[in-house]
Write a protein that binds this ligand. Structure first.
Ligand code: TXA
Ligand code: MG
Length: 321
């Protein structure tokens, strides 16, 4: 796209936001379904279109940390240290909210989640728009987050007037969410690691992996394909398929290692976490639209570097041992 076309598109996007419309906005993590955060009706539209329950708060995106105090109360200079280290970038901070922040954004809580995305298109829109932009991931509730403009179109079709095309998302998984409400707590792992946060904060960050403590059947279905998906260690895949009597079915495989296994469709992803993250959601979408009976995901290593990937996979799949 030429420079002129691009700037015309940004003008159009900003005009739509000002008019209370929703747009598809690329960020470095995933695409967002964006609305003017100061327009309660527009924010409500996000929930309607996504089918998102009203008790799920959304993230406010701002151009830079200069306007952070419009949204959040800042009672510790840890906030500025984190902002300095990781913004613009894939970190979301949960902080005490300013009284004016609409309850529709915070789901009635006294806290607000804020982030400064680094994607050049998001940066241009936010700078030109001037205010905060509320944006959850641009997928229907519980489904796979979009990492390309066409994924947003697939989710919402003509119900949104504009999807800005910013290419494939560089990170591919949603931002790291850190709460500073009761001491630093990691609420959602992402590409910025717990250890990176601890280095800047100079104190431990707590993380209770609630998912691992719950029975498999109770796992949150989230980030999930419609096709049943199983998470299986490479060595167990063949035996598990025979045991489950699915050898005659159409099976898709997401793999990152050298395993050789006959199935209907294979998505071979990078073998390191950053590349794997970038490719995962697009691969799951391709498999999900291929009319398969089952998707098998090769279980990645359980190490800190794979924490964010394992978190998303544990919600997208059913663990099979
Ligand atoms: O990477 C991202 O964060 C993407 C892009 C578009 O910025 N956005 C995103 O939004 O993943 P969403 O709505 O899919 O996920 C936001 C998460 C939800 O789990 C929500 O519960 C949490 O942020 N959240 C928002 N406000 C919060 C708050 N005040 N306290 C705790 N969690 C909050
Ligand atoms: Mg989401």
């Amino acid at each position: 796209m030429s420079q002129v076309d691009r700037s015309h598109q940004i003008d159009h996007a900003v005009a739509l936001l000002r008019a209370g419309e929703l747009i598809g906005l690329p960020t470095e993590t995933v695409y967002g379904l964006a609305a003017d955060a100061n327009n309660a009706l527009a924010v409500k539209q996000i929930f309607l279109l996504k089918g998102r329950p009203a008790d799920h708060p959304v993230i406010v995106h701002i151009a830079d940390s200069d306007s952070l105090s419009d949204w959040a109360q800042i009672d510790t200079d840890q906030v500025w240290r984190l902002a300095e280290a990781f913004w613009p970038g894939p970190m979301t901070l949960v902080l005490p909210k300013q009284p004016e922040v609409d309850a529709g954004i915070t789901a009635g809580q006294q806290t607000v989640a804020v982030r400064v995305p680094s994607h050049p298109v998001a940066q241009q829109v936010l700078h030109q728009f001037g205010g905060g932009v509320a944006a959850p991931s641009a997928n229907r509730f519980g489904r796979i987050s979009p990492t390309r403009a066409e994924h947003v179109r697939d989710e919402f079709g003509e119900s949104i007037k504009l999807v800005l095309d910013g290419g494939g998302c560089e990170i591919g998984l949603e931002s790291t969410i850190l709460s500073l409400i009761e001491g630093p707590e990691l609420l959602r792992p992402g590409s910025i690691s717990k250890q990176q946060l601890e280095t800047v904060l100079e104190e431990p960050v707590s993380f209770s992996n609630r998912l691992s403590q719950r029975a498999p059947g109770l796992l949150d279905r989230h980030y999930a394909p419609r096709t049943p998906a199983w998470l299986i260690a490479a060595d167990d895949i063949a035996a598990q398929l025979v045991a489950s009597d699915v050898t005659q079915k159409r099976v898709g495989l997401v793999q990152f290692s050298e395993i050789d296994f006959e199935c209907t469709m294979v998505e071979r992803l990078a073998c390191a976490p950053a590349g794997y993250s970038q490719q995962l959601y697009a691969a799951l979408r391709r498999l999900d639209s291929a009319g398969l009976d089952l998707i098998i995901v090769e279980r990645p290593p359980v190490t800190p570097a794979w924490l964010a990937v394992n978190d998303r996979l544990s919600r997208a799949t059913r663990p099979v041992v």
